[in-house]
Design a protein around this ligand. Structure first.
Ligand code: URA
Length: 230
């Protein structure tokens, strides 16, 4: 449990036990192999309680220039932005962003949560702020039936987006799919090039305005409830 919670490596935990620094329900533990019930037993290291989390979910404010990938030897990835004490968890990304896109990115160890956010059957809306090269005077065209190519060059029918705001070069819209370059390709289809793309919301969870680009925070159960459809 202690190594899963990233207190240290298995070897470190053995050393802590030998040094009599671990207690379970206030009794000293002699061996790192002691079995515990992580939901009920109180485990402390040096008197500080170590809470057992079944899963851990992070909100990241993704900056430009980082790949939404958990491993890519060819360049910087969003994992490079995860602080060391969290980086040992086995994160998956619940809905990638392009390398040049910014904004709300969710990293989680919870496979079901990933599925609930990205599954095409769930129709979870993701809201994007788009800045285009030219002013957008034909945004209504985004609401007309549209076919685009996905990452495998297969045509698909785009589900109608929600057009939230249009003001000159700025468009705020929400889409309920997450196909390859979808927002950029939707704008291309109506004759516009996207200059910047920022995701600001997934379902009801908004990007925390206090989170600077490149920063992450651990989400609590209330935050996670805003992310998934009931
Ligand atoms: N649409 C895009 O074109 N890129 C993203 O990163 C997300 C949505």
């Amino acid at each position: 449990m202690l190594s899963n919670m990233q207190v240290g490596t298995r070897k470190d935990i053995k050393t802590l036990a030998k040094q009599k620094r671990i207690t379970v329900n206030d009794k000293l533990v002699q061996s790192a192999a002691t079995h515990i019930d992580p939901k009920h037993d109180v485990v402390k290291v040096d008197g500080n309680q170590v809470e057992y989390l079944e899963n851990i979910t992070l909100m990241m404010h993704k900056p430009r220039g980082f790949l939404s990938s958990t491993k890519d030897p060819s360049g910087p990835t969003v994992m490079d932005l995860v602080p060391d004490d969290l980086a040992l968890f086995d994160f998956s990304i619940a809905g990638r962003l392009d390398k040049d896109a910014t904004g709300l990115l969710i990293l989680t160890t919870d496979g079901k949560l990933v599925h609930d956010v990205i599954s095409p059957n769930k129709d979870v809306y993701k809201t994007y702020d788009v800045i285009t090269e030219k002013p957008v005077d034909n945004a209504d065209a985004l609401l007309k039936p549209m076919q685009l190519y996905d990452a495998h060059d297969r045509l698909y029918d785009v589900k109608t987006p929600q057009l939230i705001e249009v003001e000159g070069h700025f468009v705020r819209l929400a889409i309920c799919e997450g196909k390859f370059h979808q927002v950029k390709r939707m704008f291309e289809a109506i004759g516009h090039k996207v200059k910047t793309l920022k995701r600001i919301k997934i379902h009801n969870l908004e990007l925390d305005p206090k989170l600077a680009e490149g920063e992450v925070k651990v989400l609590n159960d209330d935050d996670i409830a805003l992310l998934v459809k009931k």
